[in-house]
Design a protein around this ligand. Sequence first.
Ligand SMILES: [Zn+2]
Length: 398
Amino acid sequence: MSAMIRSSNNGDFRNFSRFRITMKTTALCLLVLAAALPVRGEKLTLAEARSRIPKHEVPAFWLGQVNGLAERWNRLALGKVQTIAVSPGGRPIHLISYGELESLPQNANFNSAVAALQPSAYRDKAARKKPVVLLVGPVHGQEVEGLTGLGNLIQIMETGQDLRGKEQSRLLALGRRCRLLIIPSGNPDGLARFEPRMLHDMGLQDLEFWGQGTWSDDTFCKWPGVKRVHPMVGSRVGFLGCYFNDAGVNPMHDEFFAPMSPEASAILRVAREEAPDWAVSLHSHEYNPEVLRPAYLPMETQAEIGRLAERYSKRLAGLSLPHTPPFKPKAEDGNPPPAFNLASALYHVSGATAFTFECPHGLRQEGASRVTPEQILEIQLALYESIMDHALERGNRR
Ligand SMILES: [Zn+2]
């Protein structure tokens, strides 16, 4: 069986195939293996991966493909729609905003303002009437739970109802008290490669195939190997996983001081220009919903995110949804130490209280969080509600 190691701060899943089976559970595990998944080291071709996609239709409220997204956003009546970049595959990256931009003077970039002992020289966030919340949709194309959540939030901001037709008056009211910046898909190239449209009810190795891809001999790239070639280009590459844009860049681990991808560049530009109070990079994994500890952020900012995580866990518990205890803030250590990723970069360009969120896919897999698509939507909406509640309650002051 697979013993899965929880991701620490990298916004992706990590999986070690390691036998840690007690005699008591052996029979059950063998049954699972026999029933569903190839074992470690096996190969999977694109044709085989396609043959494993369940035949059932995805729910009408689910957004799981790039086709139709631009048309959907172009039909919006209230949201301001901007194309902030074009991917290497020629696909637009959209920013949809609600709430007026409150222009404030900017005398310095963020890190110079901090060095001047006056973060407000970058932007006096406390002077704004509304908190600014930046919601960054999946930069890993297969993690469409965040795209579905944001598409439903956009529908709520437009109509007061989610894509199921369910009234969401509280979320609408909260959203109207914020400036919302929504990037529904942070990696449309990766999304375009994601044929299943949802991983719900699929296995871990389906996630590994579509997410991380394969080498040219059809073996799985897997973590950590999937990050040892970047950009993911050249003759070694088989199926390019949905982590990557068409140029092989994983925006979560771009070269942030000299970005390789238009996706990460555009996301960070929005953050620099808008100076959000809060920013979240939406991801998905096998486990229960989890706010990850952001690496290389001040302890005070980590603690603030920890309080948000606690609020969110309580909210999920109240909804009888799975949840995870909040992380403990800590300084970076270890060899190698945690990676500086997109969430870290969001803080360092804008002072945003920035973090990575991991949503369950609802995999049919031993040890996975077995949520339904409806529960996945509830998990997403509860996150946005908690962030807005928290931002409004705390005010803009940090
Ligand atoms: Zn991810």
